[in-house]
Design a protein around this ligand. Structure first.
Ligand code: C2E
Ligand code: MG
Ligand code: MG
Ligand code: MG
Length: 280
C-alpha cells in the first residue's frame, strides 16, 4: 500500500522550494571556493567553572568571513556543508586549527596547560568510519594531549543510531579525549544508552537555561538533568548563560560549568588569548 502510494506521489515544487534548491547549489559552489580561499575562521567561546568563574576551556565556533556577505553564521552554512558532504573536509580543518591554537597557548602560558578545547562534530562527520583515525592523526601532528580535546556531538545525532554510536564513541574514547553530548534535552535520550555511552559531559541546551526565569518549570528540568548526569558520573555544562540570575540558579542546581554572553561571546583567536593570559 505504501509502495503504491509512493509511486503515485506527486511532488509539487513551489517557488520557495525551487529557490531553496538553487540556493543550496549556489552555496555549495561558494563553500568550495571559500574552503580554497581559507575564509573559515574558528572563534573561541570561554567555558568557566561556575563556582568561581575561572577559565575551564573554550568551545570552537566556526565563522565564515565572506568577501561580499560579511560574517555568515554557522546556522546558515553548516547545514549546507552537511548536506553536500563538504563538512567532512571543513570539519577536519577546523579541528586541526583548534588543536593547533590550543597547543600554542599551552606552550606559551603555564596556566593554559589544564585547559581544554571543544570542537563540534556534525552528523555526517560522526558517521564516518575514519573519524577516530583522523582525530588521532591530528592529535599527533599538533602535539595536543588527547585529554585537552573534547568533541561535542548532539543528543539527536548520538541517539539516531544508538547501537552504532556506542562503537564510534568507544573508538574515540580510546584516544583518551573527552566526549560531550551537546544540546541535551532537545532530543529523545534512551537512559539505558546514556549509560552505555563512554561520555564525560552533558551540555544543557540554551533553551532551558534561557527559559528558567520566565517559565520556572525549566528550573525543574535543569535540576533533573543535572542530577541524572551526576548519578551517571557526567559533568554538566550549561550553554547560553546571559544573566547573573541564570548563573546563580545554575550554580545552586550544582551545574559544573557555564558558557554564555554573561562571560563572553565567541572571540577571534587574539581576543580569546587575552582570556588565557588573564587567567594566569
Ligand atoms: P552549539 O554547538 O550548540 O553552540 C552554541 C551556540 O550558542 C553558538 O552559536 C554560540 O555562539 C551560541 N551562544 C553562546 N552563548 C550564548 C548566549 O549567551 N546567548 C545566545 N543567544 N547564544 C549563545 P553559533 O556560533 O551561531 O553556532 C550555532 C551552531 O552551529 C552550533 O551550536 C553548532 O551546532 C554549529 N557549529 C558551529 N561551529 C561548528 C563547527 O565548527 N562544526 C560543526 N559541525 N558545527 C558547528
Ligand atoms: Mg556545541
Ligand atoms: Mg549546544
Ligand atoms: Mg545548539
Amino acid at each position: 500500500e505504501a509502495k503504491q502510494r509512493g509511486k503515485s506521489r506527486i511532488v509539487v515544487y513551489n517557488k520557495k522550494m525551487r529557490e531553496g534548491v538553487v540556493n543550496v547549489l549556489a552555496m555549495e559552489q561558494d563553500l568550495i571556493r571559500a574552503l580554497k580561499a581559507g575564509e573559515f575562521e574558528p572563534y573561541f567561546q570561554p567555558i568557566v567553572n561556575l563556582a568561581d568563574g575561572t577559565l575551564y576551556g573554550f568551545e570552537t565556533l566556526t565563522r565564515w568571513n565572506h568577501p561580499d556577505r560579511g560574517m555568515v553564521s554557522p546556522g546558515e552554512f553548516i547545514p549546507v556543508a552537511e548536506e553536500t558532504g563538504l563538512i567532512v573536509e571543513l570539519g577536519i580543518r577546523i579541528l586541526e586549527e583548534a588543536c593547533h591554537v590550543m597547543e600554542g597557548w599551552r606552550q606559551k602560558y603555564p596556566a593554559a596547560r589544564d585547559l581544554n578545547i571543544a570542537v563540534n562534530i556534525s552528523a555526517r562527520q560522526f558517521s564516518e568510519a575514519a573519524l577516530a583515525t583522523s582525530v588521532g592523526r591530528i592529535l599527533d601532528s599538533t602535539g595536543l594531549p588527547a585529554s585537552c580535546l573534547k568533541l561535542e556531538i548532539t543528543e539527536t545525532v548520538v541517539m539516531l543510531d544508538a547501537v552504532k554510536s556506542v562503537n564510534q564513541l568507544n573508538m574515540l574514547k580510546k584516544l583518551g579525549i573527552m566526549l560531550s553530548i551537546d544540546d541535551f534535552g532537545t532530543g529523545y535520550s534512551s537512559m539505558s544508552y546514556l549509560q552505555k555511552f563512554p561520555t564525560d559531559q552533558l551540555k544543557i541546551d540554551l533553551s532551558f537555561v534561557q527559559r528558567m526565569e520566565t517559565a520556572p518549570e525549566n528550573i525543574e528540568i535543569v535540576r533533573a538533568i543535572v542530577n541524572m548526569a551526576h548519578s551517571l558520573r557526567l559533568r554538566v555544562v550549561a550553554e547560553g548563560i546571559e544573566t547573573e540570575r541564570q548563573r546563580d540558579l545554575l550554580y545552586s542546581l550544582q551545574c559544573d560549568y557555564g558558557q554564555g554572553y554573561l562571560y563572553s561571546k565567541p572571540l577571534p583567536k587574539a581576543e580569546a588569548e587575552e582570556f588565557v593570559k588573564n587567567s594566569e
